[in-house]
Unconditional design. Structure first.
Length: 345
């Protein structure tokens, strides 16, 4: 039995087997075989529906200094902003009218947004829109904080692990950030019953087939309900400004592998993928992705949430982008599903 067959049959491989599989990713037959299976599994669990999430990037103020990220603390060239509660609620109102039933509140680790403020925000949104899911993506917090958000109704949490290899993690982050902390946060989120999202960048500096194999083994163990992966894209104001971007094709290959490993996973075709390739998100769908996250942030702030260079969708209204997304997903035989879009548990 080939490794591809084994992955398809057993949904799991050892680290060494993953390395072997990854080393052959360029083989056209292998790629197509995994793509077909990933696409089949997506359809088996989710049909032709693609879930949409309204992304609200509510603060670009961050206490962290991740070497790859455009809104890192030490980047003095970013114009910082923070939306007020009222502005965030306006984004939700607008999103709700457009049909969104999931709001993703994403931001830097901004001390202004204390637990009390986050709790207030989540409970206000959940009271106003009981039929909507709220996803938080606001970084590393204590168990107690995650618990408090959960108790007022937060449904999901996105926290990419970035890399499951400690040495690699330390090359991407300053000393005060620890892989062990990140992993503990993810386990806490799972324990608290969040639909939890992990993930990593493809082609981040110093990434190897071995670190990616670590990522895959980690995902296999954690069993997250969501996995976000997208190509690394250099940002001109970071330490990694001159590093090459990650490969779109390799990202697509990994999307297929992840769909096969975790057949019911909620797997976005990310903005980074769409930034690197005009049809990146459509290709993502054909490789097993089933989620798209259009931007609901106010137009005036979009460009300021620049994690990497040339980020797409910074200039168009959510209403326009949702219309164009409807057409785009139709070109790959799919349609947008409005609705919470929960994990197919
Ligand atoms: N290129 C691609 N993705 C990035 N992210 C941060 N910086 C970059 C970059 N330069 C991703 C990280 C983070 C998510 C919000 O965005 O993986 O978890």
């Amino acid at each position: 039995m080939t490794l591809a067959d084994k992955l398809i049959k057993e949904h799991t491989l050892t680290k060494e087997e993953y390395i072997e599989l990854l080393n052959h990713w360029g083989d056209p037959e292998l790629k197509e075989k995994l793509r077909m299976e990933a696409n089949r599994l997506r359809r088996q669990y989710y049909g032709d529906g693609i879930f949409v999430r309204g992304l609200i990037e509510f603060t670009n103020i961050c206490k962290n200094n991740c070497y790859y990220c455009g809104i890192r603390r030490e980047n003095a060239n970013v114009k910082r902003y923070r939306l007020t509660k009222e502005e965030i609620l306006e984004c939700c109102d607008y999103g709700y009218e457009l049909g969104f039933r999931t709001f993703v509140l994403q931001g830097g680790e901004d001390g202004y947004y204390t637990d009390e403020k986050v709790v207030d925000l989540v409970s206000t949104i959940k009271k106003k829109y009981p039929d909507c899911a709220v996803t938080l993506s606001i970084g590393e917090k204590t168990y107690e904080s995650y618990k408090a958000y959960r108790e007022v109704g937060a449904d999901r949490y996105l926290l990419r692990h970035e890399t499951a290899c400690e040495a690699h993690y330390n090359m991407l982050h300053p000393d005060n950030m620890k892989l062990s902390t990140r992993l503990q946060c993810l386990r806490n989120l799972k324990t608290l019953g969040y639909q939890t999202g992990a993930g990593f960048m493809v082609g981040s500096p110093n990434q190897t087939m071995s670190t990616i194999a670590d990522d895959l083994v980690f995902l296999q163990e954690l069993k997250p309900e969501m996995v976000g992966i997208g190509p690394f894209i250099p940002h001109h104001d970071t330490c990694f400004a001159n590093e090459p971007a990650g490969s779109v094709d390799f990202t697509l290959f990994l999307l297929s592998v992840i769909r096969i490993m975790l057949p019911k996973v909620l797997l976005p075709a990310t903005t980074a993928l769409g930034t690197m390739d005009e049809h990146g998100r459509e290709k993502g769908i054909l490789h097993g992705a089933n989620v798209i996250m259009p931007n609901l942030s106010p137009l005036k702030n979009r460009k300021q949430y620049e994690l990497y260079d040339n980020k797409i969708c910074t200039g168009e209204e959510a209403a326009d982008s949702i219309k164009s997304l409807e057409k785009r997903v139709a070109t790959v035989g799919c349609h947008i599903v409005y609705g919470r879009g929960d994990y197919a548990g």
